[in-house]
Design a protein around this ligand. Structure first.
Ligand code: KG4
Ligand code: ZN
Length: 342
């Protein structure tokens, strides 16, 4: 069977076709239209512009992704689409587009929680990964740890009380002169050096949840103190290194705590920031733990993870109805297993 996946929760329009039988699957095609050039000018995502871009891109991207998979809409047995959380106007574009296709062609619809799709994305890319595992979702909008025991079974361990890890990367990158979203550029610069003369405080040692506001202030102060030296590439790289080190250390500290508490031996790191090489290396170095990541293309927002979760839920008997509203806020722990698996 074929599942068409559609993702428009933030600033990437994405579509994918998953080809599957009852027990195995592969991505037949996937496409992504990034809007970063549109939002770069404003230093962040402008929701109205993002929604408009989605509307323009969706029909073209969808027909292209079907053509790339060598199929037509007639062959599609389910349409999976992100219903939330995310930017309301953006979600509306994807959800309404998918509802239109579903109603017009009589194809079942499965609406998807975007964070749940991130959580299970590593299962698409690692066939040996099974439940239970501890999962860290680190993206531009989310930093949360869950104990995952099945599809729709998420026990929150901790989450950020202020900024997300991706925001900490992006805001620091902005201070270092990178355009939005600068996380990956800051990481690339940081990886050009092996150490730093700059020190940042160890954070989150006492608190329950993740918190990046203290670190953000310390980073802003450190970069400000060195503002006049930012034209020196070595100094800029060492500042980037110190920032990356501090964010990664804070994340790994919390992950280790949770691994000890839950006694789980499998760790998943997913979401945009899971593309970060320093974070990956630090996680792999945790003794006695098997670590799983999505492939690079499936760390940041994509439709393959949406199609994958759509397939899992569809074969579990789940169907959505055309009256469902978008869920701009939608905690992943409120999800339940698919219909037939409850
Ligand atoms: O999951 P995602 O694509 O979108 C959200 O749902 O938020 O995550 C985007 C975030 C951005 O903050 C971006 O700067 C960050 O992921 N990111 C990285 C790297 N690649 C993407 N941060 C650090 N290092 C990277 N290599
Ligand atoms: Zn995301």
């Amino acid at each position: 069977m074929y599942v068409l996946g559609i993702e428009t929760s933030c600033d990437e329009t994405a579509a994918a076709v998953l080809s599957a039988d009852e027990s195995s699957c592969r991505i037949a095609s996937e496409l992504l239209s990034s809007q970063s050039k549109v939002h770069e000018l404003y230093g962040g995502v402008v929701p109205e512009l993002a929604a408009r871009e989605h509307m323009a891109a969706l029909p073209i991207l969808t027909s292209e992704v079907l053509a790339a998979a060598g199929i037509t809409l007639q062959k599609v047995e389910a349409i999976a689409v992100s219903r939330g959380p995310g930017l309301r106007g953006c979600l509306l574009m994807g959800l309404n587009f998918a509802k239109g296709l579903s109603l017009a062609r009589n194809i079942p619809l499965v609406s998807i929680n975007h964070i749940e799709a991130h959580l299970l994305a590593p299962m698409l890319d690692n066939s040996s990964l099974d439940f239970p595992f501890l999962a860290l979702v680190v993206s531009g909008g989310h930093t949360e740890l869950h104990l995952v025991t099945g599809v729709g079974e998420y026990q929150p361990i901790s989450r950020t009380i202020d900024d997300a890890a991706g925001e900490a990367f992006d805001k620091s990158a902005n201070l270092l002169g990178f355009s939005y979203p600068g996380g990956a550029s800051l990481a690339a610069l940081a990886d050009t050096v092996q150490k730093s003369r700059f020190k940042l405080p160890l954070v989150m040692r006492e608190s329950e949840g993740f918190s990046f506001s203290g670190l953000k202030t310390a980073i802003a102060l450190l970069i400000k103190e060195n503002q006049s030296n930012l034209s020196d590439e070595a100094i800029r790289a060492e500042l980037a290194y110190a920032v990356q080190r501090a964010i990664v250390d804070a994340l790994i500290f919390k992950v280790k705590q949770a691994l000890e508490r839950t006694r789980v031996k499998k760790l998943v790191i997913t979401g945009g920031v899971s593309a970060n090489r320093a974070l990956r290396n630090a996680a792999i170095a945790i003794p006695g733990i098997n670590v799983f990541f999505p492939i690079q293309e499936h760390c940041t927002d994509n439709a393959a993870m949406v199609a994958y979760l759509g397939w899992r839920r569809f074969v579990g008997g789940e169907r959505s109805h055309a009256g469902e509203p978008v869920m701009d806020r939608w905690p992943v722990e409120s999800m339940r297993p698919p219909q037939n698996e409850r």
